[in-house]
Structures are given as structure tokens and as C-alpha cells.
Ligand binder design. Sequence first.
Ligand code: FAD
Length: 556
Amino acid sequence: SNGTTRSLIWFRKALRVHDNPALAAGIARAKSAQPVFVLDPWFCKPSRVGANRMRFLLQSLRDLDATLRERGSSLLVLHGEPRVVLPRACKTWKVDLVTWEHDIEPYAKMRDTAVRGALERAGVECASSSGHTLYDVEEMLAKCHGKPPTTYSQFLKIVDKMGAPAAALDAPKAMPAPFTGTAEETKELVAGVADAYGIPTLEELGYEAMHDDEGFQAIGGETEGLRRLRRQLSRTEWVHTFQKPDTNPTTLFHALGAKKPKPKSPFEIAARDAGSKNDATNTAANSDMLMTPSTTALSPYMKFGCVSPRVFYHELNAVLAKFEGKGQPSQPPVSLMGQLMWREFYYLVGAGTPNFDKMEGNPICRQIPWNKDRELFAAWENAQTGFPWIDAAMTQLRLEGWIHHLARHAVACFLTRGDLFVHWEWGRDTFDRDLVDADWALNNGNWMWLSCSCFFYQYFRVYGPHSFAKKYDKDGAYVKHYLPVLKNMPAKYVYEPWLAPLDVQKKAGCVVGVDYPAPIVDHATASKACIDKIATAYAAHKDATAVAGKKRKAGE
Ligand code: FAD
């Protein structure tokens, strides 16, 4: 282009070149432009970001670098604190403009304020654009006068007011010249700016090395994300009738069948009509086809912005349009469009609610006297509850970083209002570390939902930790896969091994209390106690609300 600006395009999420407003703004009037990603030591540690997610991020960075190279540019990865590294870089490299994508997460907001302050003081122009959500969150907030609704139906009214999301931007065909070319030039350029540079390996970041066949099995990045999006959307009948509650949380093992007894991840499942009920014929997997779980499994790509939500939206709409006049499609909240809107909903509520990620000081969160019992929590986190369905899901989470939505429901309910009465913030932290798709707004919002702290209040409807998965997987194949100690347990007892007579346990090589834990609680007793405690907390909430209402009326 013909501009005179030297710009820095700061990638954080939005690890893509298609529909990337911050990228577009960064190159619009640039003579030269340098795409950068800053590896911030704040999150580069296994205790904060689990290995599966870190690997996915590094893969996404490599993909972005390759895509930028095809366009005559490249991604420079700087190691250090953004508020230190970026002002230094801008000074050393004589940058006029820095662009990035708006982010609502608390740490990101602090970081961005600090970076912006330092840059603007140094006379560098800063521009942030909305791109992580379908709509600009600030615009949505304005539409609800700064007070987001806590129900989905009210939220859909705001969506109506917003109209259709803007069209997606095309990927730039070519990029302005980067600041460097050769490796030697890069080394010189970075000298004195950052602690180190380049895309590191997991080990270099202090993680244990992972083999390719371990952990989360889908490769990170825009290229793979778009390929998966389009592959999923090409299953038009499935897309048209998608109903979230009907998707099977235990599919992955079934679809593999007996011949391939070692699935690596949800992505190892043969393509099939995932919306259909669990079906034994699905085990005849065609391994040549793309592997998919029973939902889209695009969440990690959405989390890192490898796939633009607007592209997802518009391409999904185009599929639905083909069915016009051919029967009613499934509808929000359960349809696929409904899922995208859940994401948008939690972004809006997350952005507009003080202390959204805490119980205390969070005006929409019911105050419930959760316990902080380390032993119960450790049993849950380490897959030692003695309830095979719960322990299998927690094992899959630990090993692979992704579990189905209903598995998330089951383990979150069990930890909080269902059985253990442990604080939802603790479970949230585990998910935040271990999920490949860990996303601040979605994770906190869903934990509040599952713990009946907000959005959903039917605390007396508890998932049975031994009965829930049975209707999807009566033989317990999923459980047996993740908990091989139960592999010879007869189907009759696989969800409740403690009920098996001792000789059956012995024959199966799994004696409860020796080879596999006895249940940590008696579900009937524990869930009853939880229900009573929440009923009491809800009653107190009602009283407090009534008192506050009276005070308001009296003008106090
Ligand atoms: P699909 O059903 O194919 O949906 C497509 C997309 O819609 C998803 O990729 C996601 O971006 C969005 N979406 C789907 N369900 C939800 C939902 N309930 N809320 C908001 N957006 C949704 N999802 C995350 O991405 N990150 C999280 O950290 C996260 N934490 C969760 C914690 C708990 C306790 C629970 C119950 C759910 C959580 N979810 C989270 C939501 C949901 O489980 C996942 O988004 C979904 O399972 C991802 O699989 P998918 O891409 O196949 O979803």
C-alpha cells in the first residue's frame, strides 16, 4: 500500500488473517507492518495453561506465521511482559501505530490499559477493534443500558435490535513489508527488545514434551479451523436439525468400535450423523473419513480466534437458507446458531457484570455457602471420586483437554450443587487450566449456570453420577476406555462397581476400595443435603431481595 505509517499488529487472540479487523486496521495505511505475538510469562506456565492448550497455541502461531509468509510477511514472537516489551519495540523500531483486538477478560483489560498508556505517552497511536464476538460488546452493552440481561430470551431481543452481524472481511491478499527479512536481521531487530524471540517448543516453556499421538488430537490454527468448520457445515442435514441436548457425550469410544480400542481424543471419531441417537452401527467407523465428535468441536478454534465467529455465523446461515421451505430447522437455544448465541450471551454478561468471575461482589451470582474442602476437591480433580462416569470424564479432561458439553454438566454439577458442595470457583479454575478451549466468559458463565448461582435455578434437578451416562452408553465403553481398571467389569455394574458382589469384583480384577476408590459420598444422601442447603440460601436471597425492594420504595 501507499501509506507512510509503520505499524505493529499485535496478535493475541484472533490468530487468523481472515475477518480480522485489527489486522485490516494495521495494514490500511501502512508502508510497513510487523505482526507480533507476545508470549507473556503471566500465562506461560503449566499451572495456568495446561499442556494441551499451550500446544494448541504454539501450533496456531506456527500456522499464522506460515499464512503470513505466503503473503510476504511473517509473525515475530517476542517473549516478555507486553507492557515492557511493546513500548520498547515501538521505540526501537520507530512504530507509529499499534493495532489489536478488543478483549474483555480482566487480565487482558489491565494489560491493555497499561500498554496503551505507555504507548500513548510515547506518542504511538493505538487502535483496538472488535472481532472476537459477532457484535461489538460495547455496542451491545449500550443497547441494554449497561445492564445485560441474565436470560437468554431477553438477550435474543438485544440481538434483534443489533440486526445481522456485519459481513466478514476477506483475508488480505498481500501484506505490507515486515521490518525484517533474514534470520540475522530479526536477531538484530529484536536485540534489547525482548527476553527471547521465535515460536518455542513446549519443553522450552517448561512443559513436559508430548508425543503427537498424546493429548488433544486436533492441530491448532486457522488453516485447520476453517477446514473443520467447512467440513462440519457440509453435513447440511445434521446442521439443520442440530439439537444440543440430543448429542451424545460418550460417543467417541462407540464410534471407534472394537477394532481400534485406543481412541486418542474426541477427534478420532468417524464422521457420521452426530445428532442421531447412540447407535450400535456407528461402531462400523470408516476411518478414512474426517473424525468428529457429536458436536462441532470448534471451541478451541473459537477460543483462540482461529475461526471468526462472523464467518461461522454467515456460513451457517447460508447452509440454513438452503433448507428454506423444507421443514423447520432446529431453533435457539438448542440449535447450532443457538450455540453461537450462547457464546455471545456470556460475552455480553461477562463484559457488563462487576466481579463476574467471583461469587462475592458479583451482583448476579447467588450467595451460597459453598465449602472449600480440599480433600473432596482433590478427589474430583484427580478422578478419584469412585463414580466411574465422573472419573472418566475428569480423566479425559486431564489427558485431552476437551470433554463434551454434557460431560462438563455432569462433573460441574457433581462438584457443586449435586454432591460435593465445593465452591464453583475451584472447579472453574481446573477447567480454566485444563481445557483447550478455556474461555473466561464461557467458563465462568457456565459454572454459574451449573452451580445454580445464576441463569438456571432448578437446584432440585440433579444429574445422577451413576445413571446419567447409562442412557447414552449402556455398556460403559467410554468409562472402560478412560478407566481401564474397569475394563472387565460386567456392564451391569460398570457405573456402580461398589454394587458388584465381591467375587464379581475379584473376577473383573477390580476390587472397590483396593483397585478403584469406593464412592466418596452416598449420592442420595449427599444430593439431598445439597438441595436443602441451596433451598436455604435461596430463601435468604429472596428475603434480602424483598428487604432491598422495600428500602428502594421507601427511598432509603
Ligand atoms: P458446539 O455445540 O458445536 O457449539 C459451537 C460453539 O458454540 C462452541 O464452539 C462454542 O464457541 C459455542 N458454545 C457452545 N455451547 C456453549 C455454551 N454452553 N456456552 C457458551 N458458548 C457455547 N466452552 C468454551 O468454549 N470454553 C470454556 O471454558 C467452557 N467452559 C464450560 C464450563 C462448563 C461448566 C460447562 C457446562 C460448559 C463450558 N463451555 C465452555 C461450553 C460448552 O461446553 C463448550 O463450548 C462446547 O462443549 C464446545 O464444544 P463444541 O465446539 O463442539 O460446541
